[in-house]
Ligand binder design. Sequence first.
Ligand code: SF4
Ligand code: ZN
Length: 314
Amino acid sequence: MRCRRCGDKAEIYLKRHNAAFCNDCFQVYYSEQVRKNIRREKMFGSKDRVLVVVSGGKDSMALWHKLLKEGYDVTAMYINLGIGDYSDRSQEIVERFSEEYEAPLIVRNIEKDYGFNIPRLAREIRRSTCSLCGTIKRYLFNKVALDGGFDVVATGHNLDDEAATLFGNVLSWQEGYLARQSPVLPSTHPKLVKKVKPLFTLTERENLAYVLFNGISFIHEECPHALGASSILYKEVLNQLEEASPGTKQRFLTNFLKKGRKNFEACSETPDLRECSICGQVTTAEVCSFCRLRQMAEKKKMKADLWAQESENP
Ligand code: SF4
Ligand code: ZN
């Protein structure tokens, strides 16, 4: 198969575009997609300070590399979630990249910085690890960006992620979520930083090709808690549809953004925002969910300490 742009031997075939590319022309295609997304969606400009959130996976590593190559003012943030070996290995990958490219990196460690372990706390308070993890990540993305004076937070969400989220929200008619699904979440409060997804038109496979073609290391396995997540099932269903009809995922998402979302705008209530009485971050309650989790973790720890003392001195 020959490259559509230059006629050289092709390295990758993109079924949804019915186009094959050599390594160099794939990089051109990839860059054009990212530039178009940033420009059309008014995500950020060359003077903005961008905090790119990295997990060590292919998508966020591709985004970090691409934004650095494009010359943006980028700092990465890695959050060690305390998910055993998986978190430590992904941190190593991210730190190695930061050294190799002399790219600024902020590391947060939930256990060391905040004194609790996500999987343990989830078991103790009987909540799903992913829901706890999501709350903590959203909080830290905003807090670190705000404290560091960043203009925007960029994440590596790709077309597969966005189509699967949309699919899940449609299946259960989550009207509020549908109203807010967008590659750009603007700031709705002076203490909320804008969030953007520059890779929202690129597939997982294209991000994988990008990191492989550029020799970028990444953690190959998924987080162990992702197993059994409904988003994986939605991705499998969408992959089957894509196989039968290439371009389905892209049409589903882009047509929703162009034509569908506006039908849900009325469902997007602007919540009453205030500042958390403990940490000052934006919340809808007196105390934000992150501070409530910390309080719960402290109580559990105090109980465990008391229990240990009583067992030692019965
Ligand atoms: Fe967090 Fe769940 Fe994602 Fe793992 S799969 S990183 S626990 S949200
Ligand atoms: Zn708080």
